[in-house]
Design a protein around this ligand. Structure first.
Ligand code: X8Z
Ligand code: ZN
Length: 622
């Protein structure tokens, strides 16, 4: 799972390079002796472009081998958490980190060498490829790797007890999704937040360790490193995300306003006041990043929805594997290949009963070629139906760029990697498609567009402020703007600012609520999902235009559209070989990210929400 850790460097390589560049074959004619004794050592010869290219090639060879070993160890630990797999993963990750750091540092000697564009990009990517670089000192990579493994395992095995029953995340989330009793939702929510408390001091150590590594590579801090991976200056990237959020915010405010009113009507002023932020545990999801589980609470009274997606799946007795097969069939309908046989043999599709695993869904390319797998604890419901399409998007991307050189085997940027499966997923939930595959007997009339769009907005639009908030917090933690004592307070300030939410009660001083979200202990950068929630609508708009679709964007399905598949495949095959605007242009014809596509998709809903919100005082005090 390459996005988690790509690290480390190699002493052997540096020695090798030094040897190569200093060796002159044959007898060396003696140079005339200078008369005066000069004690300054001769300046090293400027490396050549050929040496730079050889360096990058060799780095790729070393990293490919180390990353494959790390992937196997990571898979073993993620699907079987015990002391020994943690040990193995730590060693393998440390070896990769150590080698990557050394290679990235060694690449600096080619800074002033004029090299071909591919080599330059590879040398730059060497420095950028790590999420958490370690310091270049013996033991540093292993200390950092031990912290990351421990934090991830603490999260993944987290449990709490309520009324004599023990809950893991899946169980607590299921209660939160379905319970409409605010005492129960609060208990589930507070119980889960509590599992993160023990992570706090390790997380502080992780920040310090990764910052030392990032500074060694020439970045201000790890946040600056993360912001540097977008083919533009890090500050320009931060401003770009602000710009995109600014495009969406007025629409989000309308959705927030409508949802708050419905929650107030249901629960009363004591639970959900008419004004101010929304109580986070009432939104049907542990992090309030997806509100679609409370569709029943916000559903318009006058327009009925004729189907419930969860029930369609259970009524037709879908199995977890059948859901994955259905996902695969969408991709093959676009002309992409069926997944390799080993995918079915090696994936973890359901939660094993007999051991601890990392349940957070992920997609893997273990040998960096065709050993594709997903790891999920799939449940038969609409959310996981969508997640399957999301994960397979990662796998098809990985497969498409498998012939790229190692350092180009990645998404155009990390937002692209997250957006592909979501883009395909947008078609997979249209009533037209559900009808085509026999899940839905009758395509609903156009009058049901508002319920459909409202469900989609509760999932996609509610996500956007969360998607931008998480790394706003992490950037501040990495830069030292906030200290351990301020972590939790600031987390809630930012949630209030972006999402307009509040916790159900005061948070204990020892809390570390950011740690209750997988990507924080697992150190997966999160801005990628914010970008993906913009990009997927741009992809959808472009793809539908390619098919000649003239109707409203939300009703378009690209199922079976081979020409779209071919164009998609072309973009995917580029991997990270070119700056992301080139990839975006290849598929959409534009070089800019633009949230206008989100607004176009939801335009009928926004108009409807504005009508519903008339006379209401919207917004909250940030
Ligand atoms: O983490 C994921 C995927 C794996 S890359 C399941 N997602 C984010 C999350 O769960 O928080 C997908 C949507 C956002
Ligand atoms: Zn993903």
């Amino acid at each position: 799972m390459k996005h988690l850790l790509l690290s480390a460097a190699c002493v052997a390589l540096l020695t090798g390079c030094a040897t190569t560049s200093n060796t002159t074959p044959g007898p060396v004619p003696e140079a005339p002796k200078p008369i005066a004794q000069d004690t300054t050592p001769p300046a090293p010869a400027k490396p050549t472009a050929a040496e730079a290219k050889a360096y990058a090639d060799d780095a790729e060879k070393q990293l490919a081998a180390l990353s494959e070993a790390a992937n196997h160890a990571q898979w073993a630990r993620a699907t079987y958490i015990i002391h020994d797999t943690e040990w193995l993963e730590t060693k393998a990750n440390a070896a990769l980190t150590e080698a990557t750091v050394k290679l990235a540092l060694g690449a600096a000697r080619f800074n002033d060498v004029e090299v071909d564009a591919d080599t330059r990009r590879k040398l730059d990517l060497l420095r950028l490829s790590q999420v958490l670089p370690a310091a270049d000192r013996p033991g540093a990579a292993e200390e950092l790797a031990a912290l990351t493994t421990k934090l991830d395992s603490t999260y993944s095995t987290g449990k709490f007890t309520y009324k004599q029953k023990t809950y893991n995340l899946t169980e607590a989330s299921n209660v939160l999704a379905t319970s409409r009793d605010p005492v129960t939702t609060r208990a589930m929510w507070e119980g889960w937040m509590g599992i993160a408390r023990p992570m706090k001091s390790d997380y502080t150590k992780l920040i310090a360790a990764a910052n030392t590594g990032s500074q060694g590579l020439g970045y201000k801090d790890t946040g600056a490193l993360w912001r540097s991976g977008y083919d533009m200056a890090p500050d320009a990237f931060a401003a770009e995300t602000d710009r995109l959020w600014g495009q969406i915010k007025p629409f989000y405010d309308n959705l927030h306003c409508f949802t708050r009113r419905k929650l107030n009507e249901k629960y009363g002023d004591m639970v959900q006041p008419k004004t101010g932020p929304i109580r986070a545990d009432l939104l049907g999801n542990m992090w309030a990043q997806d509100w679609s589980n409370i569709y029943d609470v916000v559903a318009p009274k006058t327009i009925k929805s004729s189907y419930n997606f969860d029930k369609l799946l259970t009524n037709k007795k879908y199995t977890e594997v059948q859901m994955v097969k259905t996902g695969e069939a969408f991709y093959t309908s676009l002309g992409l290949k069926p997944l390799p046989q080993t995918f079915w043999e090696r994936s973890q599709i359901v939660r094993p009963k007999d051991r601890e695993v990392v349940c957070h869904a992920s997609a893997w390319d273990v040998d960096n070629r065709e050993d594709l797998r997903i790891k999920m604890c799939t449940q038969v419901n609409a959310e996981d139906f969508y997640t399957i399409h999301h994960e397979l998007g990662h796998n098809y991307y990985q497969w498409a760029y498998m012939d790229q050189p190692y350092l180009f085997k990645n998404g155009a940027n990390d937002g692209f990697h997250e957006a592909i499966g979501d883009f395909v997923g947008l078609s997979s939930v249209t009533p037209t498609y559900l009808n085509q595959i026999g899940l839905l007997d009758k395509v609903p009339a156009e009058s049901e567009d508002i319920p459909f769009l409202l469900k989609m907005a509760l999932q996609k639009v509610a996500f956007l402020p969360f998607g931008i908030m998480v790394d706003r917090w992490r950037w501040e933690a990495f830069s030292g703007q906030i200290t351990e004592a301020e972590y939790n307070r600031r987390w809630w300030e930012l949630i209030n600012k972006y999402q307009g939410l509040m916790p159900p009660g005061e948070r204990p001083a020892s809390s570390f609520d950011p740690g209750a979200k997988y990507h924080v202990p697992a150190s997966v950068p999160y801005t990628r999902y914010f970008l993906a929630h913009v990009l997927q609508f741009q992809f959808q708009q472009a793809a539908c235009a390619q098919t000649g679709w003239k109707g409203p964007l939300h009703r378009c399905s690209i199922y079976g559209e081979k020409a779209v598949g071919e164009r998609l495949q072309n973009m995917l095959e580029m991997g990270q070989s070119k700056p992301w605007p080139d990839a975006l242009e290849a598929f959409t014809g534009t070089r800019e990210m633009d949230a206008k596509a989100v607004l176009d998709y939801f335009a009928p809903l926004d108009a409807w929400l504005q009508e519903q919100n008339k006379g209401q005082t919207c917004g909250w005090q940030a």
